[in-house]
Design a protein around this ligand. Sequence first.
Ligand code: SOE
Length: 388
Amino acid sequence: MSEKVLNVGLVGYKFMGKAHSNAYRKVNMFFNPGMQIVMKALCGRDANWVGEAAQKFGWEGIETSWEKLVSRDDINMVDITAPSNYHKEIGIAAAENGKHVFCEKPLALNLKDAREMLAAVQKNNVRHQIGFNYRFVPAVCLAKKMIDSGKLGKIFHMRALYLQDWIIDPEFPLVWRLDKTVAGSGSLGDLGAHCVDAARYLVGDFDKVIGLNKTFVKERPLAERMTGISGKASKDAPRGEVRVDDATLFLAEFKNGALGSFEATRFAAGHKNAMSFEINGEKGSIKFEFERMNELQYYSADDEEGLCGFRTIQATEGVHPYVEAWWPAGHVLGYEHTFVHEIYEFVKSIATDTPTSPDFNDGVKCSQVLEAVDLSIAERQWVTVDTL
Ligand code: SOE
């Protein structure tokens, strides 16, 4: 094997750990990032569970201590998919051990911690990336290309929604994503973060925000075991207070003058993973819905009079980013491909020693917006993002 080798250590093996593991298996099969990925070690606290996952996902070995994982000489890169309260400690330790760091979103529990993580990767001169995977949907890449090339002209509006419904049942347990000490935030940090990143990617930086939020169910049974999105509670389980938001809505003004409206909720019955946005500019509009992720809706004001209207672009032809590596046109891609694309970009950035995006700078910028939204809710007034 003439290519350089990248030995990866992954922390976490549940939903995101599985999505990332799948990506590590696929990258070299479909792309040429300039390095051969070796799935060295999967890390989790319980040796039996992590062992089972490692075998199933194709990892060479396991670690039950992340401290051990990040200090191993034979690991070059650490990927963090553990719950958010672990991100900072693991990320900083990995950077200090000279490992490149990939971290799931949100980068940290709060802006201060996110900044510390950024400082650590910069100081130790390692590559870093954050898991805003929706940037890697070919249709979203197309939206970016269209906006950058001026197809929509000056942008007036961005409307973004992220709707789910998995915790409407008041008996659904208090899993870690609903635990403030573990997740930091509720719908805003988990779902709103993706919309904020998409907005920064497509429209630009935020100037100011004002929001409102709600926790509809204030007490839930404690979960039987630590779990993120699926969970069980025994019949007479003790109950805990829910201290994160079930839904957050906010308005924004971007630095370029565009206006934005955002909604993130886990209480939108019937919506499973409905991340969507619409962007309106002086020359046209685009619309995207994740549950129809291969399509982008485009309206051009330049179309012939009488024939104007939204058209559906299937972003499955080889001309669209990443698509060529997969299947012939019309053979659609799915959620898991977004992770393959983001990991491909990260490995390429390590191979070529060049920055990539979204990186920890983007993670910090996103946290800044999220924190500004929370502050605006607490103070019931507009907050200028850059003052934080
Ligand atoms: C759970 O709400 C979740 O899995 C998020 O954490 C992910 O980031 C999003 O892609 C889907 O929903």
